[in-house]
Every structure is written in C-alpha cells, then in structure tokens.
Design a protein around this ligand. Sequence first.
Ligand code: SDX
Length: 428
Amino acid sequence: MENKVTLTYQNGDQTIDFPILPGTLGPDVVDIRAFSKTGMFTFDPGFLATSSCESKITFIDGDLGQLYYRGYPIEQLAEHSDYLEVCYLLVFGELPTPAQKEEFDRTVMRHSMVHDQLTSFFKGFRRDAHPMAMMVGVVGALSAFYQDSLDINNPRHREVAIYRLISKIPTIAAMCYRYSKGLPFNYPKNALGYTENFMHMMFATPCEEYKPSPVLVQALDRIFTLHADHEQNASTSTVRLAGSSGANPFACIAAGIACLWGPSHGGANEAVLKMLDEIGHVDNVPAFMEGVKAKTHKLMGFGHRVYKNMDPRAAIMKKTCDDVLQELGLHNDPKFKLAMALEKIALEDQYFIDRKLYPNVDFYSGIVLTALGIPVSMFTVIFALARTVGWISHWNEMIADPGMKIGRPRQLYTGAQRRDYVEAAKRG
Ligand code: SDX
C-alpha cells in the first residue's frame, strides 16, 4: 500500500496523489512538488507547516525538547566536545579523529587574520554604530578580498570559503567591539585556542598581559556550541535562499547576519537584558506579566516556533550562567536572580502553560555574556559568530545538491483587478 495523500478538488471532480516521504527522525513530509498541476498554489505564510528542504545536518524535536547536530545530542556535545570540533562535525558530518581535529584546528587558526585594508572599512562607521550594522557591512565586503574562491560549484572553493569564514568571523566580531570602544584592534594569536583567541582580540590591551580564566573560556566556548546551528530557522533559511541564486558565500552569510539581527530571532538576547533592566525588581514582575497578557509586550527569551517544551539549550545555558557567576563571585547577581524569579513565575502561569511558552536559548545567554564583560550591543554579534558555521554548512549542503533550484515562492494575490491608466487630471 503506497504511503500517499490524495487531494480531491474542483468539487470532487478531480483527485491528485502526493507521495509521503519518511525522514530518519521526526515527521514525514508530503511531497507537493506536483501541486501546480492542480492550477493552485499552497498557502503557508511563516512556513508553519512547510519544510523547505531536505537536510542531514541538525534535527530538532520541539515536543521532546531534543536538538541533535549530525545525530549527536546537544547535551553530550556541550559536555564533552569543543566548538571547533562541533564546527568540524557540522561541516563534514562526522566527529574528527585526533589527527583530523589537529589539522582542522591548525588550518582554522592559521587563517584568522583579515586583509589589512579591511580595517579601513571601520573608519566609515560612526563609533556608536550598532556592531551588527558593522558585521553586515564588513562580512558582505569579504568577497571583494577573496576573488580566488568564488566558484561555488568548485568543492575546493567552497571548502576554502568555509575555512575563511570560520577563521575570520571572530576577528571581525572583535574588531566591531574594539572600534565601538575606540580601542586599537588586536591581532589574532594563532597559538591560542579559538575561543581564548577571540577573548584575547576582544579584551587584551597593548599595555598588559591578558589571560582569561579557563572557566570563562570554556563557558564562552560552550555558548558558541549551543548557538552553532538550529535547522531551518529564519536566518539559515535566509542564507539558503540567498545562496540558491548563486550569490557568493560571504554575501549569503551577510544576509544571514542581517536576518538574525531581528528581536524575534537573534536579537532576543539583547532584548532580554533590556527587559530585565525595565522590570528592575522582582516586585514589578506581576505588573509586567499583566502587560504580557494584555499583549502590550512579550516576555523576551520565552517561546519558540519549534520548541513547545524547554529549549534544551536554555537548560545548559542556565547551568553555564551559574558556573560563570560562581567563578566570578557574582552568584548573587540581581539580574540572574530576577531572571530565575521570572522563569519560575512564567512556568507556573496558565497563560504561558496554555501557549507552551518556555525559556529559549536567549533567556539566560545575555546574563552570561554580561558577566563575561561583553556589552549588550555585542550579544547578537556573538550569536552570529557562533552561527556562521551552521549557516555555511547549510549553504554548502544546498550548493552540493545537484537538484538545487533557485528559491522562488508564489503568493495569494488579493490586490486590484486589471484596470486602465488614469491621467492625473482625471484622478481624485
Ligand atoms: C531564536 O527558529 C529558531 O530556531 C530560532 C533560534 C535559533 O537558534 O535559530 O532558536 C533562535 O530566535 C529563539 C527565539 C528568540 N526570540 C524571542 O525570545 C522573542 C520572544 N519570542 C517570540 O517573539 C515568539 O515566541 C517567537 C517569535 C519566538 C515564536 O513565535 P511563533 O511561533 O510565531 O508563535 P506565535 O507568535 O504565533 O505565538 C503563539 C502565542 C501567541 O498568543 P495568542 O495569539 O495565541 O494569544 O504565544 C504568544 C503569542 O502572542 N507568545 C508570547 C511569546 N511568544 C509567543 N507571548 C508572550 N511572550 C512571548 N515571548
């Protein structure tokens, strides 16, 4: 018995069968590629019921709160792996052998510098420019410096672009921060680990030695791992759509950065801190919650399109937050205490229970990043840094697919009927 869906239309005069395709994990999909034969389009604004592609990279189960990178649970990767190993896994599909890991790390660290003329780009920005504005501009301009790896149909060119992006995104991110503070740029130090090198480029000064605590380095490295990929979210879908036209990988990643900036997406971590500042004290939470229920504002860092249970990353992030605050002697941090009180109240409130609203990855990340000395304006930059490997892995998977087509959705048109032009004198 063929596994299919039969559509009956035109008042029952016509039927058409659509095959059902099974995945390795998660829901089956209805293959509606033949739907245009009906003379109609499907309609799904926001893609709540639409899978845009086939992918082998990341799996999410929103009801069970599961997140797997290439089949490995995020909890195990956060516990036992490191971010560069996760990068290797996402790009190449398997965990590296020790020799492969050593070669990968060395290659990534050896390409951490950017073309020196790229530093001039920053001079065009006001010092108070949002770092995400600088990221979009500077990353988008990278293709101007790498004309030698832009043939997207050449697997070697794609691999070179992947290494360049993973290697250089921390350098550019740190430059955005340094420029906004009026501080000199720090060159990368290839002998350091990936995340320690990023912290060096962010916080070292020429005037004294900078040596971050290994606990803090490991915490930030874990935050990178938690943000590395997340299936077909808005920014990854943006990268795929941009890439489907054949645009170069640097322009596609710049498009992903632009999409991530929105407060409903990667900008939520910044919005959580602003919300906590607005609430100020746990005594103000009931009034704030009334506003949420009246829909005058949202509880930022809560809710998710896919997770209708706890975001597995939020639980790990909360533990990481606690570790960092303990290490820094900030375990009485008022913002962390307020966030925990807010979480407890929300999880016991019927409004949130009915809507299956739980903390997502952004709820605690802002508190950790603040404790690490990273300013609110840089939170989404950190997210973009970590997500670049996910974006570029999806881009690579799509371009390598010989069946790839340019993404071009249709619409339900409800505008004016055909009508003739009216001279200006006859209008109104
Ligand atoms: C990320 O897609 C990904 O994977 C993204 C991400 C990734 O790693 O790439 O996980 C990263 O973007 C996490 C999400 C960060 N965003 C925020 O924290 C912003 C606050 N959250 C929301 O704006 C919202 O929850 C979304 C955008 C995340 C999801 O919105 P949906 O799935 O479109 O849900 P919805 O807007 O249809 O909400 C359903 C109901 C509505 O109430 P009713 O109309 O049914 O009465 O829940 C309410 C919403 O008003 N609701 C919220 C809420 N989120 C949804 N009410 C209060 N506070 C919230 N945060």
